[in-house]
Design a protein around this ligand. Structure first.
Ligand code: URA
Length: 199
């Protein structure tokens, strides 16, 4: 194990211990980040869904296909990518029909996970962070009212000193076809940046 791997493992163990206490009644599972700790690019999503919570890995099942398309359009090799979520437990609600469904992360979850995300990034020290959607953008920019419509497709420096490239969340692109063109053009720009900067 490299030092980074050891530090990440120890961070996740601490998080798991805290999660076990905080979410004891629901037995929520922490979905750790996935990929090589040496990756030069970190991709940050929103939160795990049902399949992610079951398998303990981000972007699997339906969301995995979204990830495959991201890789294809951005030209990023899976091996140079570390994938994690802003909130690392599945935010759930009970539907009227009594089913457990996904919901957007709430303020408590965001506040709980924000320092952990910072620590995770300070261990990996990526050259570039790609955020998907509003939730990850707000966490990383520390601007609670930042909107992806304004920030997408532009490289920015965030308070922690990282270079960040925000893009729309692919799930939003599935629900809103009009975002398709800008999503693809943002990924093309990302691809060019990576090639020219040898990331
Ligand atoms: N799956 C994840 O792990 N994160 C997302 O943001 C969406 C799906």
């Amino acid at each position: 194990m490299t030092n980074k791997e050891k530090e990440l493992a120890s961070l996740y163990e601490k998080m798991e211990a805290q999660i076990a206490v905080l979410y004891a009644p629901d037995k929520k599972r922490l979905v750790r980040g996935d990929g090589s700790a040496q990756s030069s690019i970190v991709l940050i999503g929103e939160a795990p869904g049902e399949q992610e919570a079951l398998e303990g890995r981000p972007f699997v099942g339906k969301a995995g296909r979204v990830l495959d398309e991201f890789l294809q359009l951005s030209g990023i090799a899976r091996s140079s990518l570390y994938i994690t979520n802003t909130v690392k437990v599945r935010p759930t609600a009970i539907s009227r029909a009594g089913r457990t469904i996904n919901r957007a992360p709430n303020a408590e979850e965001l506040a709980l996970f924000a320092p952990w995300l910072k620590k995770e990034l300070s261990i990996i020290k990526p050259k570039l962070i790609v955020t998907l959607g509003n939730v990850a953008l707000r966490a990383i920019s520390e601007q609670k009212s930042a909107v992806i419509g304004k920030f997408h497709g532009e490289f920015t420096l965030v308070p922690a000193g990282f270079r960040v490239y925000p893009i729309y969340h692919p799930a939003a692109v599935i629900y809103n076809r009009s975002l398709r063109e800008v999503y693809e053009s943002d990924l093309k720009k990302l691809n060019e940046f990576i090639k020219t900067n040898d990331i």
